[in-house]
Write a protein that binds this ligand. Structure first.
Ligand SMILES: *Cc1c(COP(=O)(O)O)cnc(C)c1O
Length: 403
């Protein structure tokens, strides 16, 4: 039987109109498809490329020790946890991971969420309410912004890393006001490091809760990858540290490290913890193995930083605008979105994958390709990438100098 022809107009038609606008602005992207493993030289869309777009900083996505632990967990415990943490979904592996992370971070306790996004959004939304104020760096991650909105607290944004501007905001607030001061540890689009020491001083001066999102610093900054709080020796001065298990740690998840009271509160009020199923055992097992690797194979982090210095200085020597990066994330700022997307496409055709990023992820006029090196890139792979950047950069008129 044929369905009745419908005379109803599509109520979602406006989405197609918006997509057409994206296409006109050069902001419409097809998803690239990874074929095979996530690694330094990888195959996307059928092409083998030097992969400068992954957060797999230490190569742990394919590390034999993580693979083995995850496989054992699948064999012994199956593929799913079957419940949220607060009902039947807390396994011994989840608790072991939280204990190990708390030791690693030198905090009283840790709670793991399904993702870094859930950790940020769930935590900020849980600990603040409509009578409170959040003082937030303008470039903080979307998951922080969403958490702020969900909390219904007032949101006061200060210009990027501007401690004096944050102070001016805090000074205007009544002493009795509950306040959260929040920054990324490493900013994901620029690769620069948050103004942690100055913000910690402010938090103490004005009695604010201090929170740092160390997603891109986990496994990258600090001793054995303990993050920016360790990097700046700020132990005991940051009330809430968020880390991710999805980037350098190589698997999936996010966590909050802090006092026992904070963690117990989040176990009762963190909505992703309460209302979304916990990690499969293989994920917790892989993260436990990753912690062993961070402790026992610190040479991976050394190699990450050697590669970072080599590649960043190479891009700068070619004359590219790499912004203010201080981390393995190095943006190559092209200007308008169509040029950044063209740069990314041409790099890809020549064998280098660096994702183009435009508005609204970064401000208009600051569209870029973002490069991320890892510990597992070889010198030859990075030199090849620099040679391709030089060729394509000149071709598109982004750099001019001869070498
Ligand atoms: C990636 C990222 C997150 C989200 O982490 P996931 O584990 O991928 O959900 C949070 N904050 C920042 C700054 C990030 O870069």
């Amino acid at each position: 039987m044929n369905p009745m022809p419908s005379t109803r107009t599509d109520p979602l038609h406006y989405l197609s109109v918006e997509l057409d606008t994206l296409k006109e602005q050069g902001l419409f992207r097809q998803l690239r498809t990874l074929e095979g493993e996530q690694k330094a030289q990888a195959t996307f869309d059928g092409r083998s490329v030097v992969n400068l777009s992954s957060n797999n900083y230490l190569g742990l996505t394919t590390h034999p020790r993580l693979r083995e632990r995850a496989l054992n967990a699948v064999r012994e415990l199956g593929v799913g946890s079957g419940s949220v943490r607060t009902i039947a979904g807390t396994m011994a592996l989840h608790l072991e991971l939280e204990r190990r992370l708390a030791d690693f971070k030198h905090t009283e306790a840790v709670v793991v969420f399904q993702s870094g996004f859930a950790a940020n959004a769930g935590t900020v939304a849980a600990i603040l309410g409509k009578d409170d104020v959040i003082v937030s760096d303008e470039l903080n991650h979307a998951s922080i912004i969403d958490g702020c909105r969900l909390s219904r607290a007032a949101i006061r944004v200060f210009p990027h890393k501007d401690v004096e501007a944050a102070r001016a905001i805090l000074k205007e607030l009544p002493a009795s006001q509950r306040k959260l001061l929040i920054t990324d540890g490493v900013f994901s689009m620029d690769g620069d490091v948050g103004a942690l020491p100055g913000l910690c001083d402010l938090a103490e001066e004005f009695g604010a809760v201090m929170m740092v999102d160390d997603a891109h610093a986990s496994g990258v900054f600090g001793r054995n990858g303990r993050g920016t709080v360790d990097h700046f020796s700020l132990h005991g001065r940051v009330d809430i540290q968020v880390g991710t298990l999805s980037k350098a740690v190589g698997a999936l998840g996010g966590y909050v490290a802090g006092s026992r009271a904070l963690i117990q509160f989040l176990q009762h009020r963190g909505r992703p913890f309460l209302f979304s199923t916990s990690h499969p055992p293989a994920v917790a097992a892989a993260c436990l193995a990753a912690l062993d690797v961070l402790i026992e194979e610190p040479q991976l982090i050394d190699r990450l930083w050697e590669n970072t210095r080599f590649f960043k200085s190479g891009l700068q020597a070619l004359g590219f605008n790499t912004g203010t990066s201080e981390s393995p994330i190095t943006p190559v700022i092209a200007g308008e979105a169509p040029l950044a997307m063209r740069l990314s496409d041409r790099l890809f055709e020549e064998g280098v994958f660096a994702q183009g990023i435009g508005f609204p992820t970064v401000p208009r006029g600051k569209a870029r390709v973002r490069t991320i090196v890892t510990a597992t890139h070889t010198r030859q792979e990075l030199q090849f990438a620099l040679d391709v950047f030089a060729k394509v950069g000149r071709e598109l008129g982004i750099i001019f100098r001869e070498h």
